[in-house]
Design a protein around this ligand. Sequence first.
Ligand SMILES: [Zn+2]
Length: 589
Amino acid sequence: MKLRPLLVAFLLFAVIPQAKPHANSSALALTHVTVIDATGAPAQPNMNVVIANGRIAAIGERVHIPEDAEIIDATGKFLIPGLWDMHVHWGDTDYLPLFLANGVTGIRIMWGSPINYEWRKQSAAGELLAPHLVIASPIIDGPNPFWPGSISVSTEAQARAAVDQAKQRGADFVKILSFLPREEYFAIADEAKKQSISFAGHVPIAVTAEEASNAGQKSFEHLLGILPACSTRSAELAEGARADLADDLAAPRPAFWGAHTKASRQLLLDSYSPEKAAALFAILKKNGTWQCPTLTLLRVTAFAEDPSSFTNDPRLKYIPPRMKTGWNPPGIAQDYGDSAFAAKEFQKDLEVVGAMQKAGVGILAGTDTSNPYCMPGFSLHDELGLLVKAGLTPMEALQTATLNPARFSGSEKDFGTIETGKVADLVLLDANPLDDIANTKKINSVIYGGKLFPRAELDHMLAQVEALAARPLIGNVLMKTIQEKNIAAAVAQYHDLKSNQPNGYDFSEQEFIGLGYGLLHMKKTPEAIEIFKLSVEAYPESYNTWDSLAEAYMDHGDKELAIQNYKKSLEVDPKNANAVNKLKQLNAP
Ligand SMILES: [Zn+2]
């Protein structure tokens, strides 16, 4: 009996004679795994996959496994490439783990902001765990932009300058929105070509889908422009859209669904022509125009009449509460009107996506995360399910989040499939996604850049985010105090809570920004200024806090202080386009 410890020690040494300490082990090997490589090839059972230096070093039934490799017996499991969500809006660092915990190893950011570039830098330096990023320019929209903070262009020269600015600032592509007039749109298309930067986004109201495809727009989002182009009455519909745009340019805020478009919803469905659709799809295929239908988002507008299926979603516990408060199904229903009809439209959307896939049009999986009930990481799996519902095979659906994004981005050398030499972004599943696409949710482990995150670690990441999301929001607490007492009491309360309960509340930057803008909206400008001052005190390294304080001063008519703070914002981040533009408007020296 006394010999046993010795024997154990001996056996360990015998098995791994010169093994490096575990923590230094650079290689990883998955053995006996079924590989679904996403090239379209059938699943390959009983494979060994060796990962070294962050890349896939070998795949095969018989491959050399380095002696120091950490070995994972993956018998009965299925390996797919890391997933990409190709339509995401996200700026909250604390909640980034939701992507990786769901096997989403890459995202396309559709409204680029400095924080996204910061993530990329920190991730490369090993300081932050963030998915790979493809980052858009700020949104470029017409003279009356939909979203505050967009780059608004009213002339061809401004449109070209906006593309130039995007290129200079390192955006991966130019993002455009619905309310761009024709001249500005075609100027963007032309300038983007000259500058070798792609442009993508909404098909503007003023432009047809054929025109946008022929102009080189790289991806269409949300199927915008598709149904009108498939209609036998497309000329009439285009005329209505032009009238809507004229209304939009004159309105205080443009509407995504203008009066004419709303009135022609039935016509749009009734006049759908498979022949016209086939002709359009041939153009999209020939031009290599990708479709990112964001069915997850379209489903929300379509099923707003049955809100409980959304409001009871258990995954909501992971969502930042300040975001959730804006997720309001009755509001969505009101916006879109007649949700029973919207459900019919959604059926049509599914049908069209299936037809596009059959016609060889490239489809990208995208969720529009941060829109109501479109959740980081989780919703990508919903999107894959909806794509299968639309008629894609599970393999085709899988490719919309793996191979297709890599092709779209021209990064096939590194991403998209499980092949030797590629970056080791992989998801190990407990069940076969080709049998049921919902099995992509049965995640056993995630491998990101060669680093293994076993289930226990993913659960830990999720639990941490859940705890973050459960904290009370400082913005709500202070708003109550401002309303019941005054701003001075709120400022004192903040300092008290911050020093005595630093982890008890959500003190994040967005809380101050949200509260400040809420106050501006209520015409409580002096109060807003005090709140933005707190945000500058708490987050002096954020361009956004200075920028917001500057805006409040501008609202207050205090031009000098506005200029000072916009300049401060630029010091923190010279890429802040808004500050540059505002300083120009203010004729700052
Ligand atoms: Zn979007």
